[in-house]
Design a protein around this ligand. Structure first.
Ligand code: AMP
Ligand code: MG
Length: 338
């Protein structure tokens, strides 16, 4: 997780539309910076400029915290240590990492195992195979799959300890931590006095309150097949995350393979080129966007209709550049800007 994207710097799937002409009113501060291997943009609205600047700084501090604690690419992060200590050795983790792991396990169960934070052995296998220009062998896939599953890590919530049940098990919070970072940043920004905030990390966005002109935040969903936007969303106190093959992929033998792996088969997800999820918080939106990229549109719809993902609205864009096909949950349409 949290690393430089294989296709260069992240192309944000969600572009934030600026409110350009505003009447005088609350102050607005905005800052963009590379963080978590991608581009982050943090905007705050507050009574005065100093408070807005302080809120932006508070937001970035929390984004940095999540990177420091949960990146599996930072060897001494909590997740990095969890992945390298001998199996069965508990490691004490922060409340943040514990929360993220617990929610990851919950969403794993709710999504029928399609979102699985223990997928790292499969992610690494595909990455290595792609670097060598070949597909993984059946044997390699079997071995990696045996290490993946929500029961491969154990949590003692009371003692705030986590451990791996077998050597080789590896945790990767890349499908959820960015969204959680949005939530922590948003909370810190409110705490620092912001009345409104927009936090965008690599295209996943959390919108708090309203923009300085009093309007809901306007957030664009990038078109998966061409330049420009597919839709514009009008958001207040909501998060949006987009997952898909166009974001990041492996190329093997001239074919593109998604960076999202279907833990059920061990193969890259093949379903939708782009899945956008709106939820009340970033963690939920991020994790479910990954899960719905693994599930087919039909499976995803069935899961939602059965109440398996409460509070989650989804836009699936599939088909081809010539004939894009959009499906959405009825509630998603309510967020489309007029
Ligand atoms: P996202 O861009 O949020 O969909 O997250 C994709 C990242 O999550 C990948 O780069 C992997 O690090 C990780 N990942 C891949 N497949 C899965 C999966 N099925 N469940 C959870 N995380 C995954
Ligand atoms: Mg995700």
């Amino acid at each position: 997780m949290l690393r430089a994207r294989t296709a260069g710097l992240a192309v944000a799937a969600v572009a934030v539309l600026g409110g350009c002409q505003r009447p005088p009113g609350p102050a607005r501060a905005s800052h963009a910076r590379e963080i978590m291997g991608t581009l982050a943009e943090v905007t705050a609205v507050a009574a005065d400029r100093m408070t807005a600047d302080a809120a932006v700084a508070a937001g970035y501090a929390r984004l940095e915290d999540v990177n420091r604690l949960m990146s599996d690419y930072v060897a001494d992060s909590e997740v990095g240590r969890l992945n390298s200590l001998p199996a069965g050795t508990p490691i004490a983790v922060s409340p943040e990492t514990l929360h993220c792991l617990q929610r990851a396990l919950e969403i794993c169960r709710a999504s029928g195992g399609t979102f699985d934070a223990t997928c790292r052995p499969l992610v690494r296998l595909w990455k290595q195979a792609a670097a060598e220009g070949r597909l993984p062998s059946a044997d390699e896939l079997r071995q990696a799959r045996a290490l993946v599953g929500p029961d491969r890590i154990a949590i003692d919530a009371e003692r705030r300890c986590v451990w791996r049940v077998a050597d080789g098990v590896q945790v990767d919070l890349g499908g959820i931590a960015k969204g959680y970072a949005l939530d922590l940043a948003a909370e810190a920004m409110r705490g620092a006095g912001a009345s409104g905030a927009l936090v965008n990390v690599g295209g996943d966005v959390r919108a708090v309150g309203r923009d300085a002109d009093g309007r809901p935040w306007q957030v664009g969903v990038k078109h998966p097949f061409q330049d420009g936007l597919f839709a514009v969303l009008s958001l207040t106190d909501r998060a949006v995350a987009t997952s898909g093959v166009q974001q990041r992929f492996y190329e093997i033998g001239g074919r593109r393979y998604s960076h999202i792996i279907d833990p059920r088969s061990g193969w890259p997800a093949e379903q939708s080129p782009s899945v956008t999820v709106i939820a009340a918080d970033g963690l939920t939106a991020d994790a479910w966007a990954t899960a719905f990229s693994v599930l087919s549109v039909e499976e995803g719809r069935g899961l939602i209709e059965a109440g398996g993902a409460p509070g989650v609205e989804v836009l699936w864009i599939s088909g081809s550049a010539e004939e894009p096909v959009a499906d959405m949950t009825p509630g998603f349409a309510g967020y489309l800007a007029e």
